[in-house]
Design a protein around this ligand. Structure first.
Ligand code: HEM
Ligand SMILES: *[C@@H]1O[C@H](CO)[C@@H](O)[C@H](O)[C@H]1NC(C)=O
Ligand SMILES: *[C@@H]1O[C@H](CO)[C@@H](O)[C@H](O)[C@H]1NC(C)=O
Length: 489
């Protein structure tokens, strides 16, 4: 039986990277690889013809149409070319101001909490940060400002059945249902009422339609704005930028312009790719700041030097905060494995070595691994990030300084692949960094981040086990991230 395209997501061989999600990386067994793979990984990342992204795993995401995530070869290139111009300086400036806006809404909510729970209180980081990053990417992606308090009771604008924010929340919440359910099931459930199933499918369908309509509004507004000579101010949201870059594309070039469906589809995958990853990394970062007060102190010093009185204006010279965020991504890379299909026979160059009990390494040897066409290589991001040959013998320690170059040290660029590497790397890297540095600097400026009461005075290892605990999933998910916040005077 062929259950339809939607179920390809669960095909055990095609979508290895997603199916492996819940079980790989194996907890407690990760890290400490006995080979130097940076060269091999560079080859795998950069040789786009031999090593292609395992995109069949992502075909289920082509909900509004083909997009940058679920395509390869020349189809992918079309999307990437247009998208590259959309993620530019004006958008990053917009990401920064929107992050400030959203964070201030969050702070207002926290002030309400403080009224009942006192000057210091413990919060769960995951729901809060998921909300922050979802609102930022909705706004900087779609160009629709959604607010912290807008919900399903909010009156939809004329011509819409559902307001923007609830449409986003519902679409994101139902993405798995939407991706796994083939179209004919929707048609059937409309004809035959199935308890539980029919209402869920109905909500899912409606939210995706509603969000599509909101996005089409932005597309037509952007077109009208460009046609009218751009006389008014319009936010540099990704979707607006995409429309503009797409219109600037030569009609007769071999790279056809993107259709409206494709523009929508790209913007939607930015939302998906861009909120969970950032939210999870921020949870780990903030928990680490509670565990390492001396690191937090340095972020505060940097923030106070850059923005002595006002809240932060656009990022500049946030060297230390940048290093903290990167060190977090080294230890907790949201995307823990990267799968590539091998398209022609090839040979990979790597190095092996042995580790001595005290963490020292010896017997480094050059080795060649032959790889056959049709195989799949999986880059183990953790393995690379935890490899002492690149990061030194203190590889397991949280040490932001390792991301700061000095006269005698240059941090190993090729051994950091949290955003992948090469042409297929994360297009939202600057977006994510801009947003995250803004969150960290703003939060540390306003609140002192401390350990929850029950962990005070416990051994560091126990505190870490509790606050940094995670489960493997499509992106690694923090499960115990909570901190106490105390308003700074
Ligand atoms: C800390 C945050 C983030 C991390 C760690 C991250 C990581 C990654 C990684 C590892 C990939 C490659 C995936 C693969 O090859 O299977 C990727 C691709 C991608 N990311 Fe991110 N990402 C982050 C934030 C974002 C944001 C904020 C956006 C958009 C606003 C975004 C949009 C994308 C897109 C569109 C791709 C596909 C690019 C292509 O195939 O050409 N990401 N990301
Ligand atoms: C579902 O129904 C619509 C309209 O009735 C039709 O256009 C579409 O092809 C159907 N989809 C499937 C998968 O049967
Ligand atoms: C960013 O891209 C948009 C669309 O292509 C363009 O209008 C805008 O001028 C660009 N901004 C910068 C700073 O490059």
């Amino acid at each position: 039986m062929c259950p339809g395209r939607g179920l390809l997501w669960l095909h055990p061989f095609r979508s290895a990277s997603i199916v492996l999600g819940p079980i790989f990386p194996l907890k407690g067994r990760i890290g400490h690889y006995y080979a130097k793979f940076d060269k091999a990984i560079k080859t795998i990342s950069n040789d786009r013809l031999t090593y292609q992204k395992d995109v069949e795993a992502y075909e289920a995401l082509n909900i509004y149409g083909e997009n940058i995530v679920g395509t390869e070869g020349s189809a992918w290139k079309r999307h990437r070319t247009i998208a590259k111009t959309a993620f530019n300086e004006s958008n990053h400036a917009f990401v920064w101001t929107e992050t400030i806006r959203v964070i201030n809404e969050w702070f207002t909510e926290l002030e309400e909490v403080a009224k009942t729970r006192g000057k210091a209180f413990t919060i769960d980081l995951l729901p809060a940060l998921t909300q922050v990053t979802l609102l930022v990417v909705s706004s900087a992606g779609f160009g629709r400002r959604a607010s912290w308090t807008e919900d399903s009771k909010t009156e939809p604008p004329p011509g819409h059945k559902i307001a923007f924010r609830p449409a986003v929340t519902s679409a994101v919440g139902n993405i798995i249902t939407r991706a796994l359910t083939p179209g004919w099931i929707y048609n059937m459930s409309e004809k035959i009422h199935i308890p539980v199933v029919t209402p869920i499918l109905k909500e899912t369908k409606q939210s995706f339609e509603a969000l599509g309509l909101h996005m089409l509004d932005v597309v037509s507004q952007a077109r009208a704005w460009i046609a009218g000579g751009k006389t008014t101010q319009m936010d540099a949201a990704l979707l607006r930028n995409l429309v503009e870059a797409n219109m600037a594309q030569e009609v007769d070039s071999d790279q056809r312009r993107l259709t409206d469906e494709e523009l929508l589809s790209d913007t939607f995958v930015f939302l998906l790719a861009g909120h969970e990853t950032s939210a999870h990394s921020l949870c780990f970062s903030i928990a680490l700041l509670a565990l390492y007060p001396e690191v937090q102190k340095k972020i505060l010093e940097e923030a106070m030097k850059l923005w002595p009185d006002a809240p932060p204006t656009l990022a500049s010279h946030t060297e230390y905060t940048w290093a903290v965020f990167h060190e977090t991504l080294r230890l907790f890379p949201p995307v823990a494995r990267l799968a590539k299909n091998v398209h022609s026979d090839t040979v990979l160059n790597a190095r092996t070595f042995t580790t001595l009990p005290e963490g020292k390494i010896k017997d480094v040897q050059e080795t060649y691994i032959s790889v056959k066409a049709g195989s799949m290589v999986i880059i183990d991001v953790f393995g690379l990030h935890m490899n002492p040959i690149h990061w030194g013998e203190d590889v397991a320690d949280f040490k932001p300084e390792r991301f700061i170059d000095t006269d005698t040290y240059r941090w190993p660029r090729d051994a950091f692949v949290a955003f992948s590497a090469g042409p297929r790397s994360c297009i939202g890297q600057r977006f994510a960094i801009t947003e995250s540095l803004c969150v960290l600097a703003s939060l540390v400026r306003k609140y002192e981040i401390i350990l929850p009461d029950d962990l005070q005075g416990k051994p560091l290892e126990e505190q870490k086990r509790s606050l940094l605990h995670w489960t493997p999933s499509v992106t690694i998910t923090p499960t115990g991230a909570r901190v106490r916040l105390r308003l700074r005077q």
